[in-house]
Design a protein around this ligand. Structure first.
Ligand code: SF4
Length: 1012
């Protein structure tokens, strides 16, 4: 029987959420070898999601002729999903941008220009805007004092999640030299709440374990994510766990492909995750299912909270109704005479965290939770039972989540709730455990690592605030302290990492005398996150915008408003492989180009197989990919483009301008007459010694020469003798030769424990540690809680750790002299069930989404009182009776530019559609395939109806509430048709991170109708 490719994908691979693979044909002949005989080959990493699958690229005569899964790669073992399989069409595609294009103000067309003309003109625009808008000093409204701020708010830089690490690093460095305050990238919209929520719990903001480790789980709770579809190849490791007897538990508003493979599925109303997870916390506490030793010894359960702390009627203490904010000091720990937190190891003190936690979540009864979430009680209890059964030594449960958790006005607290549940069950640091934030863009982890967010510098150092007036005061503010000798307090090394960063940026110019050029850094005075930036653009406060592979016309909330805001810009630069909705906003449907005076520079970028560099996957594996062919047309790598931006600005500012020194004195020399040497950039990120050094490390004396690569971040210094562009990557490129590039390693040998860590495959931060917080996988003597799946174990005879790289080299906690607590990244050394620095409370509390059909049943406080609101909202449940939510699918990716131009994928999913339940279809007279119009207070769009039993209404307080679910990958550029679900989503954000609330809003749906 002949089977078409489409039928094959529909019927087989896609139904399973998977995967195409290469391998040996039945006759024993290697089909891959036959197909690729005589071709040149190189390896690469998939540019789509952050599973980080390996591929082999075959070329002939300078053309890509075949791309297939890398059978040697330990994560995907040759398998690829529909997107990875379509990479061939990224390399060979007539729709790729091959020329530099320019659109003059008011023009209705692009015209071709040369690189030289475009780059010189862009440099002039950047300089004009910077000179005009640069602020050296500012009077602060609160204290009326003048502060040095050295920044421009006149332009914004967006994007980076699709760039290589080396490109992200240079983009971050260049942006700071320019003084750009509005620096943001895709992570603000997808996982900024992950970084904040996990860092507040454990001290680092990344996925704790890694993809292959999923096979080691006994229970996998997938909440607010759909890995079978959005991280398809990861699902093979979930299936490996299922083959070993694990339970898969899916919690989602929709019955997804992940749910179809689950042992238990629970439907949840969008935006009610804290109620759901808070209920599981209560369930574990009430039924004594917590890992008692772990909770007592490794978390802050025993810490006593200050007398000020209180929680009443939906509000924590110290809420300022005018400012809509809390005084975070009011929930500090009570301290003893030595300045350390007071503790009660019996956990009985009513003021200890454990008792406060119990009290707080005792309100989250099963009945209450199910009434809020709309989940059926039997489903809820089945999942609570199965997952909480992992709360004992010898068992492992992992929580997987993605945008369903993060994109909420309480997104950071959602993340916190996952972390708290996992600490209570003793699931952090162990194999098969962890809180695993599933990253959706190939290098969104790396772009975050390199500081492409306004409030972070590379390595998650804080970007300076206006009142950090000099390096000393900056370090005082951001270097945590402890008096407890058992606490490693690793962030206490902040001075070493900060000075090494400044040396990387300002080289010889950065001296101790001038504070290592600290003054050159822009100082922030408020919020410059994505939504604020778009609001300011709409208000005419921004002149210029550069989008590096980001498409905000589709990807941001309230897209119609965003697109209108672009028209207020004087100039816009887009750097991409494709024409995007952003680059052609001036000719979008319904507008007259003559009315739009924005100049647009559309620069063609090289694809991932046309350049060399590293990317970090969701599990922090930093993998090297190679250039297979030259870029198409005259497109260039982002590295080349950023290098030109910087060199042109240096040349212009050498002649003068507003505060030129941060640019003219910027250390910028990456060799190469044309393409900068990416290895030089990677080596700077790692770091090197600036003088000959002798370092005594325990019983070893180490000699280093000036220029030697720093082998580990523990050798970085705060006196200017070391350079490191991103301290967490120190150790990734350890010798001044290509062989020293550990990110390029391809040795797929596992450790004897067989846990799938593959320590010689690529490199992962920090220090090649594959499971972070792994000191919590052992008891206080260093004996693994689960000897069968031992991540690390203390060898008392040899006095060393065996297994994974331990999270800190010290002996186990019971060692009187040198033992340390396991959570080395927080100053108290204990995982935080109770967080000190969350803007909306130390415990996650349920609030309704800002647009909701339900009243908050737990308190009178309807929505997060500290959340950020800028957009149009409506509480009219007559006009908008349904709950809207957005989601992703396997065949299209993010804002769609990368997939809506690939015929194979467009053939599979050609049009925008909307999913509704059979009951809603019946009530509204909508049949499968009908055209429908979905409307919110922000706008409306047309789509094709998909009436499906996968969606069901929720029972909320006795009332059945329907949901409407939409993908957001579509737009007016590319081959597929339809508009983005983000036309409908509101510009409201989380209190801690301003991540928008994409996942829950009020809407209506009608049959037929035209888009407004
Ligand atoms: S999109 Fe993700 S799962 Fe699919 S091949 Fe690429 S990295 Fe693998």
């Amino acid at each position: 029987m002949a089977v078409s490719r489409r039928k094959f994908l529909q019927g087989g691979a896609l139904a399973a959420g998977l995967v195409l693979s290469v391998g040996k044909a039945d006759a024993g002949v290697d089909s891959s070898v036959m197909r690729t005989k005589g071709l040149k080959s190189s390896t690469t990493i998939c540019p789509f999601c952050a599973v980080g699958c390996g591929l082999v690229v075959h070329t002939k005569g300078g053309k890509v002729v075949n791309i297939e899964g890398d059978t040697e790669h330990p994560i995907n073992q040759g398998a690829l999903c529909s997107k990875g399989s379509a990479l061939f069409q990224v390399a060979n595609n007539e729709r790729r941008l091959q020329k530099v294009m320019y659109r003059a103000p008011g023009s209705d067309q692009f015209v071709e220009k040369s690189w030289d003309w475009a780059l010189e003109t862009i440099a002039q625009r950047m300089k004009e805007t910077r000179d005009k808008s640069f602020k050296s000093k500012e009077i602060n409204k609160k204290d009326s004092k003048e502060y040095l701020v050295n920044r421009t708010e006149g332009m914004a830089f967006l994007g980076g999640a699709g760039l290589d690490n080396e490109e992200c690093y240079l983009w971050s460095k260049f942006a700071r030299a320019m003084g750009v305050a509005n620096l943001e990238h895709q992570a603000r919209l997808c996982h900024s709440s992950t970084v904040a929520g996990l860092a507040a719990s454990f001290g680092r903001g990344a996925m704790t374990n890694h993809w292959i480790d999923l096979k080691n789980s006994d229970a996998i709770l997938a909440i607010g994510c759909n890995p079978a579809e959005n991280h398809p190849v990861s699902f093979k490791w979930i299936e490996a766990a299922l083959d070993n007897g694990a339970k898969l538990l899916a919690v989602d508003p929709r019955f997804t492909r992940t749910a179809s493979k689950a042992d238990h599925y629970a439907q949840i109303r969008p935006g009610t995750d804290i109620a759901y997870l808070g209920g599981m916390i209560n369930y574990a506490l009430e039924n004594n299912l917590t890992h008692e030793e772990y909770v007592r010894e490794y978390t802050n359960a025993s810490f006593i909270v200050s007398e000020k702390y209180d929680f009443k009627e939906g509000l924590f203490c110290s809420f300022d109704d005018q400012e809509k904010s809390y005084d975070l000091k009011s929930w500090a720990y009570a301290s003893d005479a030595a300045g350390n937190p007071k503790r009660d190891p019996t956990l009985k003190d009513p003021r200890c965290v454990y008792q406060q936690l119990k009290k707080h979540y005792s309100r989250y009864t099963v009945d209450m939770v199910c009434s809020i979430t709309g989940t059926k009680k039997a489903d809820y209890l089945a999942i609570a039972r199965a997952f909480c059964a992992t709360g004992r030594p010898g068992k492992a449960g992992t929580i997987l989540y993605a945008m369903g958790i993060t994109q909420s006005t309480h997104g950071t607290q959602n993340v916190r709730a996952t972390a708290m549940l996992q600490m209570l069950l003793g699931n952090i640091g162990i194999a098969g455990g962890g809180v695993n934030a599933l990253r959706g863009e190939s290098n969104v982890q790396g772009s975050s690592d390199h500081g492409l967010l306004f409030h972070l510098l590379p390595g998650y150092l804080k970007s300076p605030e206006f009142d950090n007036v000099d390096l000393k005061s900056y370090l005082e503010k951001w270097t945590p302290k402890t008096n407890d000798k058992k606490s490693a307090n690793w962030w206490g090394n902040t001075p070493k990492y900060t000075v090494s960063l400044l040396k990387a940026w300002y080289g010889e110019n950065a001296t101790a005398e001038n504070g290592f050029c600290y003054d050159y850094l822009p100082k922030r005075s408020g919020n410059y996150s994505f939504m604020k930036l778009i609001e300011n653009m709409g208000n005419g406060k921004l002149e210029g915008l550069v989008c590096m592979g980001q498409n905000p016309a589709v990807g941001g909330p309230d897209s119609i408003k965003t697109r209108e805001s672009f028209g207020k810009l004087k100039w816009l630069v887009t750097v991409d492989l494709w024409e995007t909705e952003t680059s052609i906003f001036w000719k979008r449907p319904g507008v007259n180009p003559k009315d739009i005076q924005t100049e647009v520079f559309m620069l063609p970028a090289a694809s991932s197989v046309e350049k060399e560099g590293s990317i970090a996957n969701s599990g922090r594996w930093t993998q090297w990919r190679y250039k297979a062919v030259e870029p198409v047309g005259i497109s260039r790598s982002d590295l080349w483009i950023i290098d030109k931006f910087a060199k042109n600005m240096k040349a212009l500012y050498a002649k003068g301008g507003a505060f030129p020194e941060p640019i003219t004195k910027l250390s910028w020399n990456y060799g190469g007459t044309e393409e900068p040497d990416v290895h030089l950039v990677a080596k700077e990120i790692n770091g090197y010694f600036t003088k000959d050094m002798t370092i005594v490390d325990k019983d070893k004396t180490l000699e280093f020469k000036k220029g030697d690569q720093v082998p580990m971040f523990k050798y970085l210094q705060d006196d200017g003798s070391t350079v490191s562009g991103c301290w967490i990557y120190c150790g990734s490129y350890i010798k001044d030769t290509k062989d020293g590039n550990l990110m390029a390693r391809r040795d797929a040998t596992d450790l004897p424990n067989g846990l799938g860590m593959f320590p010689k495959w690529s490199w992962c931060w920090p220090v090649n540690r594959r499971i972070i917080y792994n000191r919590a996988s052992v008891d206080k003597d260093g004996v693994p809680f689960n000897p069968k799946r031992a991540v690390i174990a203390w060898d008392a005879l040899e006095k060393k750790w065996k297994g994974d790289v331990p999270d800190g080299p010290w002996p186990p906690m019971n060692d009187d002299k040198e033992g340390k607590y396991p959570f080395i990244m927080v100053p108290e050394g204990h995982g935080r069930l109770y967080a000190l620095d969350m803007k909306d409370g130390p415990f996650p509390e349920h609030y309704e989404p800002l647009e909701s059909p339900a009243r908050n049943q737990l308190s009178k406080v309807q929505s997060n009182p500290a959340s950020k609101t800028t957009g149009n909202l409506s509480s009219d449940t007559v006009k908008y009776p349904f709950v809207g939510t957005t989601y992703r699918m396997s065949e299209h990716w993010q804002a769609g530019a990368m997939t809506r131009s690939l015929p194979w994928l467009v053939e599979l999913v050609p049009d925008m559609f909307v999913e509704i339940s059979e009951t809603l279809g019946k009530n509204k007279g909508i049949a499968n395939g009908d055209k429908v119009r979905v409307t919110t207070e922000r706008g409306s769009l047309q789509a094709v109806a998909l009436v499906t039993s996968r969606l069901k209404p929720f029972n909320v307080q006795g009332k059945m509430i329907e949901q409407v679910a939409l993908p957001w990958h579509f737009g007016y550029a590319g081959m597929a048709t339809g508009d983005s679900g983000n036309v409908l989503t509101p510009s409201v954000g989380c209190a801690n991170t301003s991540i928008p609330e994409f996942k829950a809003f009020l809407c209506n749906i009608e049959k037929g109708g035209k888009a407004a």
